[in-house]
Write a protein that binds this ligand. Sequence first.
Ligand code: SME
Length: 172
Amino acid sequence: MSEGILLPVLERGTLLPEPARLARLDEALPQIRAAVEGETDEVALQSTLACLLWQTLAQANWCGFYRRVGERMLAVGPYQGGMGCLRIPFERGVCGACARTESRQLVPDVHAFPGHIACDDATRSELVLPVWNRSGRLIAVLDLDCPHGEGFCAGEADRLQGLLDGIFRAQD
Ligand code: SME
């Protein structure tokens, strides 16, 4: 088994300052793209992304996908971290808000987000991004949780959305 991508090793939970996080992500992204190049299977892609984004985003305590399994229902998919909720209706939580509105949810303080699902009491901030396929249908959300407040920034959101669009919108 490979070690994943080449990045300096950080202790889980380390929140680097924003510029350092962006530099680390910029170092990781081409390696992540190369690692999944040519793959079309959704589970293979989501599993590998959960693994490599977990390695990259050291600040995260949860990193993975909720897949759309009904018109307005998500079920947990490949992830890293502690056990997550199995199902999230579109009406609930940060993931539900992302799925419902098909827009990024950058939440610096989950306690200020009405209806946040407290899966892990330690979680303080989140970033949830929509995943569309080539037909423009929402097929999943990428959920990133962090035990620090303001654990994710707009620059990370932009870059990660670009990664997801490049991988999942490029196929059906
Ligand atoms: N981020 C979610 C809940 C956490 S998961 O179950 C790991 C939400 O509030 O939608």
